[in-house]
Write a protein that binds this ligand. Structure first.
Ligand code: GUN
Length: 283
């Protein structure tokens, strides 16, 4: 029997309607949640992502601004914009789309965002708070993956969780969230020996490598929850994940499709973080 599909679009719709309702309440108190999205350069995927983020803001009733700057925009100019947005009372969340052009030091930029407006959860203060179990903003993709698990009431306590990919954006914060929920967590990276040995042991398998279909069906444990964070384009122009969905769906118990799995949840949790930033501001 094929795995049950973990439908990120359906779950997003449900959560976004709750966000819209809470947005109406906080707006009535005089604080309309505001998100500023900055993108530098012409990376085509980034352009699509930021447009989707801004559109999602409009749909739930947020105020949002999209600032697009050319590839040649300097680090100093970007830091100036962030300083202005940090001081803007109408803006509760600031998101600088990654990757940035190579002449800009991403860590300097992320550290310049006021931690209380860092709705991506990438500032070291927020990463540290997550590490010690007191998260303020959880990074949106791992937060979305946790919501997917919550939605099926999966017993995370005591489960073996394996994460493939150790990025600051997904792999590391995902590990922290699963650990805090009581899972036994393994983080694999590009140097891991015998990757299949680890993945086959996973009750919960989260894959975020950017390598199309690298997790084959025989690397998945029977009945596992498979969460595929990857979005890749095949040579014939179709989207695919980091997991070979066609094969893995006959082994897994639950699996996220690509597209329509984790992707919409990332944006939904960005909206949630921005709403919560505005709610805190309104108190
Ligand atoms: N690039 C890829 N994923 C993300 C994300 O979640 N936030 C930002 N700011 N940039 C990204």
């Amino acid at each position: 029997m094929p795995a049950q599909l973990l439908d990120g679009n359906a779950l997003s719709k449900k959560i976004r309607s709750e966000i819209a309702a809470r947005t109406a309440i906080v707006t009535a108190k005089g604080v309309k949640p505001g998100l500023a999205v900055i993108v530098v350069g012409e990376n085509p995927a980034s352009q699509v992502y930021v447009r989707n983020k801004v559109k999602a803001c409009e749909d739930v009733g947020f105020y949002s601004i999209l600032e697009r700057y050319p590839e040649a925009f300097t680090q100093a100019e970007l830091l100036n914009r962030i300083a202005v947005l940090n001081a803007d009372p109408d803006i509760h969340g600031i998101l600088v789309q990654l990757p940035l052009p190579i002449h800009i030091a991403s860590e300097k930029v992320l550290e310049a965002i006021a931690p209380e407006k860092d709705v991506d959860g990438f500032h070291v203060a927020n990463a540290g708070a997550l590490m010690v179990g007191q998260p303020e903003f959880k990074p949106c993709t791992p937060y979305g993956c946790m919501k997917i698990l919550e939605n099926i009431d999966y017993p995370i306590r005591g489960a073996r969780a394996v994460i493939v990919g150790a990025s600051n954006i997904v792999g590391k914060p995902m590990a922290m969230l699963l650990l805090q929920a009581g899972a036994t967590v393994t983080i694999c990276n590009s140097k891991t020996r015998d990757l299949a040995h680890h993945t086959k042991d996973a009750d919960i398998l989260v894959v975020a490598t950017g390598k199309p279909k690298m997790i084959t069906g025989d690397m998945v444990k029977n009945g596992a929850v498979v969460i595929d964070v990857g979005i890749n384009r095949t040579p014939d122009g179709k989207l695919c994940g980091d997991v070979d969905f066609d094969a893995a769906q006959y082994v897994a118990g639950w699996i996220t499709p690509v597209p329509g799995g984790v992707g919409p949840m990332t944006i939904t949790m960005l909206l949630m973080n921005t709403l919560e930033a505005a709610e805190k501001y309104s108190k």
